[in-house]
Each structure stands twice: as C-alpha cells, then as structure tokens.
Ligand binder design. Sequence first.
Ligand SMILES: NC(=O)c1ccc[n+]([C@@H]2O[C@H](COP(=O)([O-])OP(=O)(O)OC[C@H]3O[C@@H](n4cnc5c(N)ncnc54)[C@H](OP(=O)(O)O)[C@@H]3O)[C@@H](O)[C@H]2O)c1
Length: 290
Amino acid sequence: MVNLIKAGSFKLGNLTVKRLGYGAMQLAGPGVFGPPRDRAEAVAVLREAVESGVDHIDTSDFYGPHVTNQIIREALHPYTDDLVIVTKIGAVRGDDGSWNPAFSKNALTRAVHDNLRNLGLDALDVVNLRAMFDVHGPAEGDLEEPLTALAELQQQGLVKHVGLSNVTAKQVVDGRKITEIVCVQNQYNLAHRGDDALIEQLAAEGTAYVPFFPLGGFSPLQSATLSEVAARLELTPMQVALAWLLKRSPNILLIPGTSSRTHLRENLAVADVDLPDDVMAELDGIGVAA
Ligand SMILES: NC(=O)c1ccc[n+]([C@@H]2O[C@H](COP(=O)([O-])OP(=O)(O)OC[C@H]3O[C@@H](n4cnc5c(N)ncnc54)[C@H](OP(=O)(O)O)[C@@H]3O)[C@@H](O)[C@H]2O)c1
C-alpha cells in the first residue's frame, strides 16, 4: 500500500493533514444533485481512502444537498481522531439543482448546523466561506458581514477554523482582519494558473492553498504535452497532473474527487511520484498564468 506520508503534510490552523487528501463532491448524484448511482461504491471509496491513510476530506452540505455528508457519516462515523473534515458554506441548492448564494447570518448559521447534523459532529474542523460574486471565478466584493457571522459561530465553538473559497488576494487580506484564515480553496490546476502569485504569497505566510478542480473538474484536463509526459513516465495523465501540483508548492493540499476506488488508488499512488525539474518545466508550459 502506498505511504501517503511520502508526500508530506501541512497545517490547517493547529491541525496537521497529509498533503494527499480526498474531495467528496463526486459522491453525490449527477450534477452533484441527489443520490449517487452506486451508494455502496461511494461508501467503499471513503473507507478505502481513510484505510489508505487519507486524513483530510473536503465536503459540503450543499453537495446533494446533504447526500455527501450523510454518506461520509455512514461510511466513517465515529471518526478517527486524526481525520479532518473540511466543509464549505455560502450556497443553497434550488429544487432544480441550481446553486444560489446564501450569505445572510441566518443562512450561514443554518448551513453550519446542517453540516454538524449530517456529519454527526459537535464542531466542524474547518469551514470555508465560499464567495459567489461571479459565477466565473473570484471577483472583488465585501465579505465582512458573512465572515463576521462565521467568526461568531467560531466563537461559539461550533467551528474550529475558518477558510475562504473562490476569493481574491485582497479578500484574504481583508478576511484576516476578522478571523484567522487557515486555507484558501480556489480553482487551480496545470491549465488554470490564475492563482500563481497568490499561492506564492500564501506559501510565504504558511497558509494552505487547496486547489479545487485539480484534475479539471467537470472538464478533465486534456493536453498533448500532459499525455506525452505521462506515457514517458508510465503514469496516467491525471497522476502527472496531481504530481505537478504536489511539487508546485509545499502549501498545496490535494483533494482530487472520485467516485471510484480504481481512480482513488491511482490518485493516492502519486505520493510515490517526484517529478524531475525538467519535467516540471515542460509541464509549466501548459498553463498560462493570468
Ligand atoms: N470550493 C469550491 O467551490 C469547489 C468547487 C468544486 C469542487 N470543490 C472540491 O474540490 C474537490 C475536487 O474537485 P472535483 O472533484 O470537482 O474535480 P477534480 O478532482 O478535478 O476531478 C474529478 C473528476 O475527475 C475524475 N477522476 C478522478 N480521478 C481520476 C483518475 N485517476 N483518472 C481519471 N479520472 C479521474 C472523476 O471521475 P470519477 O468519479 O469517475 O473518478 C471526476 O469526473 C471536490 O471533490 C470538492 O470537494 C470545491
């Protein structure tokens, strides 16, 4: 079995997690809505992830909604002491599966309680406030009110640590005036490099950066260079994409999402991969920093 410790660890506040984790979004049904096609496999994926040494699971109660958290609870509760479950709030799902902003104090409080109930926890390890000023990605906007509401829930002991998602560098700076920000979760991968400068800045400050869509999300990464490198190294393109992220910066935590144990094994096997510098340079050419 692969030893995930080889890929190193990093801190989320006073918690330490291995850099290879797991993202649970793929465990809900199509469109992240409703029940999964194969619930037994979803439970098996989670159990195998933790048995393999994964101690960082990323989720949200708006996956399903509720479905993903309920599957995590079914598969893993009571949780081992070292398991860190990171969730996010700031949206609710419409009956049609739409994703709608939900930033009022009441909505955020409800979201924290939904996560606590469905995960079966008394306190949440890390809660990311997911900004939604623009559907296409991070955009400036004032997070003071919702972040203050989340910080109050933290003061009540319902939330241990706070992070931000889909945010700009300015929103991170402003957010830190309200509470400690232990991680930033934005879209980033080999082909989507808009956060290069932010990653450097967070690394210098010792803050975790957690790329979502590390494999391209709903549009899996495709590149001739990626395929060539993968063939040469006898890895899959997805493994190369994850290995590139692992080497890209020590503060990057991986949460690739999968609904299959076969893919889970491939993804975790990346702990054994150390890409040579010349390969890193070759892969760097795929993405264009914004
Ligand atoms: N903060 C946010 O706004 C936000 C947004 C999106 C996601 N997230 C978080 O980020 C996590 C990761 O993102 P994601 O799951 O959307 O996208 P992703 O990890 O980039 O890619 C997941 C897709 O890749 C496939 N896949 C996974 N491993 C593979 C492998 N070894 N070979 C081939 N295909 C593979 C999955 O299909 P299979 O199921 O068939 O393996 C799925 O279609 C999510 O689980 C979620 O926790 C956060």
